[in-house]
Design a protein around this ligand. Structure first.
Ligand SMILES: NC(=O)c1ccc[n+]([C@@H]2O[C@H](COP(=O)([O-])OP(=O)(O)OC[C@H]3O[C@@H](n4cnc5c(N)ncnc54)[C@H](OP(=O)(O)O)[C@@H]3O)[C@@H](O)[C@H]2O)c1
Length: 211
């Protein structure tokens, strides 16, 4: 049984956790205010969902999803995530996160910032361009004719393969954006960010993106 840890238990954290539980995973959810504030959330998710601190979610997860406002990325615990596959759903919204010069000038990407912080982890950007409601509504079994595609980006090919297999299992086709340096192609404001696209349409959207 694989355990998925969650740093962040808001809209996206809860939606990915719901899908993971439906496919037989265990989940450990965490937030900034402490596990006692997540009692209602884990009760609603069922027996295989538990709440912990961020450190516990990071330590217990074999795969760990970081799904918090980008401005908090430096709070993500480093040591327990060393060597692990870390899924980054985060987006940069300056009005929420404050101005980050390295993103405004295009010298890195939001996922690149997390990878820099988690130097020893294998960060894969995923689930950042779909709403939490659509994660639940649009999930389909492999081969369904109306299957939506989700994009992944990452520097470690084996980590990206792990995340691609997970996304496929949870209900979506997968399109590889390339390394994290290319992940701006699926950041807010790009053609692939938001709409329901199949794999061919997603590839076209990624190619059409302008920085
Ligand atoms: N909403 C969407 O449709 C959507 C879609 C794709 C991607 N995203 C991106 O994914 C990320 C999460 O989005 P969301 O909508 O799920 O956000 P959200 O509903 O606001 O939830 C954010 C979660 O992060 C936790 N958190 C905040 N600071 C933290 C810290 N320092 N350490 C640990 N946990 C912390 C919050 O816990 P507390 O409440 O205890 O602070 C909360 O559980 C964002 O970067 C967002 O831009 C959102």
């Amino acid at each position: 049984m694989t355990t998925i840890g969650f740093i962040g238990a808001g809209n996206i954290g809860q939606a990915v956790a719901r899908l993971a539980l439906d496919h037989g995973y265990d989940v450990v959810l965490s937030n900034s205010r402490g596990p006692e504030t997540l009692t209602g959330v884990v009760d609603a998710l069922g027996d295989r969902a538990v709440a912990g601190t961020s450190e516990e979610a990071a330590a217990r997860g074999e795969i760990v999803v970081v799904t918090i406002p980008l401005k908090a990325y430096r709070d993500v615990p480093v040591e327990p995530l060393a060597g692990k596959v870390v899924i980054d759903t985060n987006n940069y919204y300056p009005q929420r996160d404050g101005r980050i010069v390295a993103l405004d000038d295009g010298s890195t990407t939001s996922a690149g910032l997390l990878q820099e912080h988690l130097e020893g982890s294998r960060v894969v950007k995923a689930f950042n361009h779909i709403t939490s409601a659509h994660l639940i509504e649009h999930a389909r079994p492999t081969g369904a004719p109306d299957r939506r595609a989700l994009a992944v980006a990452g520097d470690d090919e084996s980590a990206k393969a792990v995340v691609a297999a997970l996304i496929d299992e949870l209900g979506f086709d997968v399109v590889d954006v390339g390394p994290l340096a290319e992940s701006w192609r699926i950041e807010p404001g790009t053609p692939g960010y938001g709409p329901r696209l199949d794999a061919d349409e997603m590839r076209e959207a990624l190619a059409a993106a302008h920085r």
